[in-house]
Ligand binder design. Sequence first.
Ligand code: TPP
Length: 444
Amino acid sequence: MSEHNRKVDRRSLMKIMGAAGATGVVMSGCSSSHGRTGGSELTGDLTGGRWDRSIAVASAGPGGNPDWQRGDAVKFLPPERIPTRGKASSVLAALPKDQLLTIYQRMTASRKWETAMKDLFVGGKDGLYGSFHTYIGEEAIACGVMAALNDDDYIASTHRGHGHLIAKGGDLNKMAAEIFFKETGYNKGYGGSMHITDMAKGIMGMNGIVGASYYLAAGAAIRGMVRGTKQVGVAFFGDGAANSPYYFSAIRSCANYKIPTIFVNENNFQYMGVPMATVVPTRYISDYTRGLGIPHHVVDGNDVSAVYAATKESVDWARAGNGPSMIEGITYRWYDHSGFAGGRVGADGAMGLPYRSDEEVKQWMSRDPIARYKGWLLEKGLATAGELSGIEAGMDKAVQASIEFARQSKDPEPGAGVWNTSASGPMPATQFFNRSGLANSAKA
Ligand SMILES: Cc1ncc(C[n+]2csc(CCOP(=O)(O)OP(=O)(O)O)c2C)c(N)n1
């Protein structure tokens, strides 16, 4: 097969996968509920109110409002001046300096790596193709959660998971090579963005199946329970994914059997182009499961200290044998659901999208979780401006190096997609074909 044909084949495959995803969207949209319940009326701060006292809320939660209009996100959690005061801030400040800097490094790496990829996709220079769901704007959730985990704890990611991987120490080179579909990529160039997995780091993978994280995290946590290792399993999921029937099934079972899990909802109150307000009957996603009697923390998801403090409490709770917790981080994605409509090379944020107003995008961008963390570190005297700019320059270099690594890497061999289907490692082609009988029929 010629080099040209191999590329066309893989490109077609990605297109088919994209079409399958689109079908799933239509089906999941059809099953959405439009009912309303009372929901909790909030005054002053978010429910839970323990880690987020500095947040002024101008309106109640984003759910339960079928009259939601474009631009209404401005009313919810309006931009406010940075400072994260109160308990969460001191919990984070108690971390050793190297850990605080690692959080900054990973938030910065995540932002810069995805922004560089955005510029490549939009600019068209490297001919990149396939799905790419940016996490930009939501980095405080991944990095706040991961800072409270041990290296051997497990995470189950989502379709929007590059930030999860980077926050848990994923390799930028292998990630970039996978986006370029090169043989040095995490999936040897046959998975693309949504399948990046690194079991050595407890990363059970990004996942194109919305709502698949629950059982993966719970299964890993049960393994830890059986072995007595005290490892926890973290399931990330979006506000849309909370409508999966598997969500309640999994979290209920985890509560029942005290399985050490943490369910982390990244509530950006939009799934694809559908506002959460019109399909979720409750004000908050966490309202779904409060009856289970497990701890719930609703936090400002753009405040890394709030996310860290809530996760730390959840981890301690789980390791002590008390079972699951639920964390809901309110946040916002700066770009379109998938791909880069409205995005421009060298400019942040996607403007002109039909389902949200530019004004609300700008308002949420002004609540940039990285700028807020940087301001907090400086204000508290926990890092110097020189240290932080050194990290930024280092991450610029690391990101450019990852792109060069991907560019220089080779395309995979055509047969590699088949050989690497075995979990125990590459399987010789002859063995595979003999087992399935395909070798014989091919001969015949
Ligand atoms: C089981 C399944 N149903 C539908 C889809 C199509 N789909 C991909 S992303 C998405 C929206 C997910 O929204 P949300 O969970 O809020 O996460 P966000 O994209 O906002 O981060 C949908 C419906 C899918 N991939 N898998």
